[in-house]
Ligand binder design. Structure first.
Ligand code: PLP
Length: 389
């Protein structure tokens, strides 16, 4: 058997919508982008959705719209992809790295409160909904949520929702829980446009700024220049903006993916349930902890952790799985271990016990809609054989 770590599902209307774009003769941002923005805003239940060419661009636009300046401190969990922190450096601001909870890999209100006490200057947080599960944004059994801690301390919130579409916390969709949210449509994310992303916000002001900065700081986008009343050559530049717009071909793929987003999520949930059932009693293996309902989880990742009782190391386990044809990955080598961040900010592993305990043993298993039960069975049997002896 050969089971890759990721496999893209492009078996809906992707080809049809892309053909429409090619036949229209208009390849840059136009009707398909506008339609994707409309539909994505409806899916998330927010007033504004702005399509961009990556989640990294989305995060950059979000920080810019919030007015983050050189020398500012921005709170960010260490257990994430480098894009989450690099955008802070784009603004010449400085990341303050936070630990995560073992089991969920999420930031918690307690970790945040402690960080705020030590670094009261930090007035912006980028929270990561790791693996597709919403961080504890709202009040729960354990007291106030992340949003309340931020409001108390005048901290603005950007959601890094690259893993978390579609995902919920209670009745609220991820994408409506902070001030601005950023989604990724990179090839291996839960829905894809090849490369692409989306920003959502309830704020008219942030939305207006991000729309302008998305395309060179021009006061209205190219498409509306050709359809509005004013002469087509006339536009103004109000800021040195970026080139972050999404092309219509990508939006066409995104529209087809969006139609199947809930169905694909349900298939990933099937995979997750399978793993949770069949791997529950493997000695030395910790399964991901689920905070709430399975239906709320986007299930982008299924990360397991080999704990100190495991008879085999993480690296060796990955090799053994690869020998059996099973692709896996690691999410993540934490940012405090990456040369640039470690050296620039003088970071020490001892300050990140939750992330360290995870990192030593974490392996992400394949999880995608086309993964068959026989394949899941084979992965589980292989893990039992390799780890559970
Ligand atoms: C993939 C990812 C990003 C970046 O997404 P791009 O669309 O590739 O720019 C940002 N944050 C996290 C947590 C990611 O996994």
């Amino acid at each position: 058997m050969s089971i890759p770590f990721a496999r893209i599902s492009l078996d809906g209307n992707e080809m049809r919508y892309v053909r429409e774009v090619i036949e229209s003769g208009w390849l840059t941002s136009a009707a398909k982008v506008q339609e994707l923005e409309r539909r994505f805003a409806r899916a998330v239940g927010c007033s504004h959705a702005i399509a961009v060419n990556s989640c990294t661009s989305a995060l950059h636009l979000a920080l810019e719209a919030l007015g983050v300046e050189a020398g500012d401190r921005v709170l960010v969990p260490t257990m994430t992809f480098t894009a989450t922190a690099e955008v802070i450096r784009y603004m010449q601001a400085d990341p303050v790295f936070l630990d995560v909870e073992y089991g969920t890999c999420l930031l918690t209100p307690d970790i945040l409160r402690e960080a705020v006490r030590r670094r009261p200057q930090a007035k912006t947080l980028i929270v990561v909904h790791y693996g597709g599960q919403a961080a504890g944004m709202l009040a729960g059994s354990g007291g106030p949520g992340i949003v309340a801690v931020c409001r108390e301390n005048g901290i603005r919130i950007i959601e890094d929702a690259a893993h978390a579409f579609p995902a919920r916390e209670g009745d609220a969709m991820v994408g409506t829980l902070g001030d601005i949210a950023c989604f990724s449509f990179y090839a291996n994310k839960t829905i894809t446009t090849g490369e692409g992303g989306m920003v959502t916000t309830a704020s008219d002001d942030y939305a207006a700024r991000m729309r302008v900065m998305r395309l060179h700081g021009i006061d209205r986008d190219i498409w509306s220049r050709f359809t509005a009343e004013k002469p087509s050559w006339e536009y103004d530049v109000v800021a040195p903006g970026f080139k972050y717009n999404m092309p219509d071909i990508n939006a066409a793929v995104g529209l087809a993916q969006l139609e199947r987003a809930e169905a694909m999520r349900a298939e990933r949930q099937r995979c997750a349930r399978f793993y949770l059932d069949r791997l529950a009693d493997v000695p030395g293996l910790d399964l991901p902890r689920i905070r709430a309902r399975h239906e709320d989880h986007a299930w982008h990742l299924f990360p397991v952790v080999l704990n100190e009782r495991s008879s085999i190391s993480r690296d060796r386990c990955i090799e053994r799985l690869a020998e059996k044809g099973i692709g896996t990955s690691v999410h993540y080598k934490p940012l405090h271990r990456m040369t640039y961040y470690r050296k620039t900010y003088n970071l020490r592993p001892g300050d990140f016990p939750g992330a360290e305990k995870t990192w030593r043993g974490c392996i992400s298993l394949p999880i995608y809609p086309s993964l068959k039960n026989e394949e899941l069975e084979f992965v589980c049997r292989s893990i039992r054989e390799i780890v559970g002896t």
